[in-house]
Design a protein around this ligand. Sequence first.
Ligand SMILES: [Zn+2]
Length: 129
Amino acid sequence: MIISQNDIDRILRFTKEAHPEECCGLLVGTEENVSHIIPSDNVTQGDKTKTFEIDPQVRFDLIRTTGQRSLLGFYHSHPNGIPTPSETDKSMVYEPDLIWVIATLDDIKAFRFFEEQQDFEEIPIQVKL
Ligand SMILES: [Zn+2]
């Protein structure tokens, strides 16, 4: 996945601002190249320190203006500092083609869900200036 340092810095800032709750948003772009991110409120009805839900309206607005294919994936934060997908995350995978970025207070990692293994695998991050 290719992402700008500026977008990484923004995700880390949103992570700090939302702490100890999870922040979340959309990754927009083509192929594995993130052109920009769109932050969303965490609209989960559950415990926001342990789970997240992206506002469906944010996603709807993106798809209406740029099309389904512009949605590369999601980012969200793990306030507990564990930079890997949780069991809850695994249970929330409805679209295996999308990239999942997980942020802790000082770093981000990217994952893709592989249907055959029914599990996430980390994918490399390339930073563009
Ligand atoms: Zn998670």
